[in-house]
Design a protein around this ligand. Sequence first.
Ligand SMILES: [Zn+2]
Length: 119
Amino acid sequence: MPEREKVSDDWRYLNGSYLRGRTFEYRAYGPAEPGGDHDHCAFCWAKFLPYPAGEAQTEGWVTVWKEAYSPGRHDARRGKDGSLAVPVVGRAGNEAVQARWVCRKCFDDFRDVLDLKAK
Ligand SMILES: [Zn+2]
């Protein structure tokens, strides 16, 4: 019998484990950045869009937090496919507002092991 795969070996876990302990709210998707048009699940990279299209998610779990602003970390940069590598929601003086979206399946799969909280 093959050993059961450990959740911490799941590639999705490796992507999203930095979100441990965060509080999430379930809501309709809206772009994290003004002018942005989509985001990706922090775990499985599923696409979020504000309108139904193919496999895209139109609602999900989002966590938002503020941290000290630094240009190297927070100025928006885009990947080759146009997705935001650094999805900044907004900025107020020395604070940057960050948001990460998580799809329903990943939230269910990791809420216990990563202590994800639902608001
Ligand atoms: Zn996901």
